[in-house]
Design a protein around this ligand. Structure first.
Ligand SMILES: Nc1nc2c(c(=O)[nH]1)N[C@H]1C(S)=C(S)[C@@H](COP(=O)(O)O)O[C@H]1N2
Ligand SMILES: [Mo]
Length: 315
């Protein structure tokens, strides 16, 4: 097994990142000189935390040699966020116009207790740091220390009814803040979906930070999904709406190219995308390619969700 996933209660003491560490990292970044010492990282001003991250659990890959953490500079300058342009450097260059305060997520549909929750309250969930591999269907991947909490913790609060079988997600849809919305590259707003059991899986997280810092706009501030066993496009950014629904929801990429982007989109080296092989991948920053693992290496945790399903038909 390449990735250990202890629950918060099982985490060893040396894996627990004390709140002080986050706080000290934050004050480090806040100081300009210190930021230069860290490689000249941009200071994510305008994204001040509403409250401190609470005592965080750190979940690391079991094999740091296989999974060296991607430098923060790469993970924040090589992005897909089409609302800010289709080039890899466009989001870092253009996402400064995204306003992440005030911010709310409306949660409704097949639930007993629909609600609208503000970012300040979302930041009160107990935070964990989790180092996850993220693999894009284009054939590159990264290893990122996310800060966030399981999506299940939020979904439990709205009390899904027996009719809730899927979860639909929607990104902000404001052309004033997102210049890319004026181009018809996708059927805006960006939408994604999961089956309810995938959404409730403990690996599925809502991230509000990365590298111990507030999420940069280009990575999906102030809150984005991370589903580590699926292709990157399932991990929808800057979420404003979550709906519990009866039927499999439409998704932006599936609507644009149904043969290329299925609803499930589990990382699968045996099922090629029509234009790109999925057998290997290149870590951003590496020259050579490495083998892609089934379910991106999280098979032990998630393969049972798909028992009896034909994963070639349900790509
Ligand atoms: N709203 C929105 N979410 C999005 C995208 C996008 O264009 N818009 N791109 C997706 C794709 S294709 C990938 S690979 C990941 C990239 O996440 P990262 O830039 O943080 O690495 O975000 C996903 N989430
Ligand atoms: Mo992607």
């Amino acid at each position: 097994m390449l990735f250990k996933f202890p629950t918060a209660s099982q985490a060893r003491e040396d894996e627990v990142t004390p709140r002080e560490l986050f706080l000290s990292r934050r004050s480090l970044i806040a100081g300009g000189a210190a930021a230069m010492a860290l490689g000249g990282l941009p200071v994510w001003s305008g994204n001040a935390l509403a409250g401190p991250f609470q005592a965080a659990t750190t979940i690391k890959p079991a094999d740091p040699k296989f999974d060296p953490t991607t430098p923060m500079k790469s993970a924040t300058t090589y992005n897909n966020f089409y609302e800010f342009g289709t080039g890899k450097s466009d989001p870092a260059e253009n996402a400064g116009t995204l306003k992440t305060r005030p911010w709310e997520i409306a949660i409704g549909g097949e639930v007993g207790k629909p609600m609208t929750i503000g970012i300040e309250d979302l930041l009160k969930f107990p935070m964990e740091e989790r180092v996850y591999r993220l693999r894009c269907v284009e054939g590159w991947s990264m290893v990122i220390p996310w800060v966030g909490f399981p999506l299940a913790e939020l979904l439990k609060r709205v009390e899904p009814t027996g009719n809730a079988k899927y979860v639909a997600f929607q990104t902000l849809n404001d052309p004033k803040q997102m210049p890319g919305l004026r181009s018809w590259v996708l059927d805006w707003p960006y939408t994604e979906g999961l089956r309810l059991d995938e959404a409730m899986h403990p690996l599925t997280m809502l991230a509000v930070g990365m590298y111990g810092e507030v999420l940069p706009n280009q990575n999906g501030a102030p809150i984005r999904l991370v589903v580590p066993w699926k292709y990157g496009f399932k991990s929808i950014k800057s979420i404003v709406k979550i709906s519990l629904v009866k039927d499999q929801p439409a998704t932006a990429w599936n609507k644009s190219q149904p043969r290329e982007y299925g609803f499930y989109s589990n990382v699968n080296p045996d099922v090629d995308h029509p234009r790109w092989s999925q057998a290997t991948e290149r870590r951003v920053g590496d020259f050579s390619r490495r083998k892609t693992l089934p379910f991106n290496g999280y098979g032990e945790e998630v393969a049972s969700l798909y028992a009896g399903m034909d994963l070639k038909a349900n790509y």
